[in-house]
Ligand binder design. Sequence first.
Ligand SMILES: C[S@@+](CC[C@H](N)C(=O)[O-])C[C@H]1O[C@@H](n2cnc3c(N)ncnc32)[C@H](O)[C@@H]1O
Length: 374
Amino acid sequence: MNVVASAPEGLEKYLAEEIANLGGLNINTYKRFINFECDYATFYRVHFYSRLAFRFYRTIASFTCYDKQSLYEGVRDSFEWLDWLHYEKTFNVQVTGRTSSLSHTHFTALEVKNSITDLQQAVWEKRSNISLNHPDFIIHLHLNNNKATISLQSSVESLHKRGYRPAVGNAPLKENLASGLINMTQWNGKVPLIDIMCGSGTFLIEAVNQFLEVPMNIDKVYLFENWLDFRKDIYLSEKNKAKNKIINYAKLPKIIGCEINTKVFEQAEVNTSLAGLENYIELINNDFLELQLKFTPGIIICNPPYGKKLGNENELIFLYEQIGIFLKNNFSGWEFWLLSGNPKLTKYLKMKSSLKIPVSNGGIDCRWIKYLIR
Ligand SMILES: C[S@@+](CC[C@H](N)C(=O)[O-])C[C@H]1O[C@@H](n2cnc3c(N)ncnc32)[C@H](O)[C@@H]1O
């Protein structure tokens, strides 16, 4: 199969590494997505183990496309729709990109839909219904430089929604972004990991699951189950392997989350428990300034408010000053990683960074910054 996987901006290279480790071949990296080739088993497996992908799309056709007519004909002629899409199955069409004469994604999607349903109508005198929320197929069209690429989306929901987080605190990180950021710290699961403002607990849950390679999204219903060449035997074999995977929680070091807001803290408790990690992640409902930890040095992570989604910039200056003073006084020898969305505030830490990695957090241009605490 030829597959496209989408990822948060800044994590593409890490997604490529992850997919290579899971068995993907001939991987190419682009802005916000990668493409690769794989066999059926790998295709099914990446849905359980890719921590960074939002979605997977299987490419089924591509053709030159300049305008409405070449789109209509290209869609009609480039794929065996009648074999794959019976009129009793529902679908919807998603569009990304544009050409000069196809610049309204809504109208472009309508044209794709018409091309497919006209074909069905001509043969069966019946056509598929469109379903926005519960489709059997999602057909994705990408337009770029007068080239149209048609893919089938493999899941309705984005895979970053792992299901352990019905409760979210203030400005939560997406699970796949949190996982990617942990990946960049190269935390090896041997030293303590502390999130001093843990919010809904995303960083810590993702860190543990990533380190122990816990499979995710195993019980989701996938759209690929409706595809003509769905290999149920291979899928069930991969699913059973994931379900029966033995996870060795015993090897975890100290993992601690601190959250000042009691409501948010309680949400973090719910989330860690839904993730099955309540015995491995210690949550403390307090100001991080009260933390007294006497462990061998490890990694401290922090996604503080940065005055865009949460908090007023001026009030936050004091908070950033406190973080800097607290870390320097108590955590000499530790590594500190800060997700900064506001360079003006970051300088109030009065700490010298050793690495700055650009990432986008929900459209906000951020830096994942590493400090060695002296
Ligand atoms: C941007 S949110 C963190 C979101 C988190 N990464 C997640 O995915 O849910 C910042 C959190 O820091 C907490 N916070 C603010 N000041 C704090 C303090 N002094 N001590 C501990 N937590 C604090 C806030 O209540 C808020 O939940």
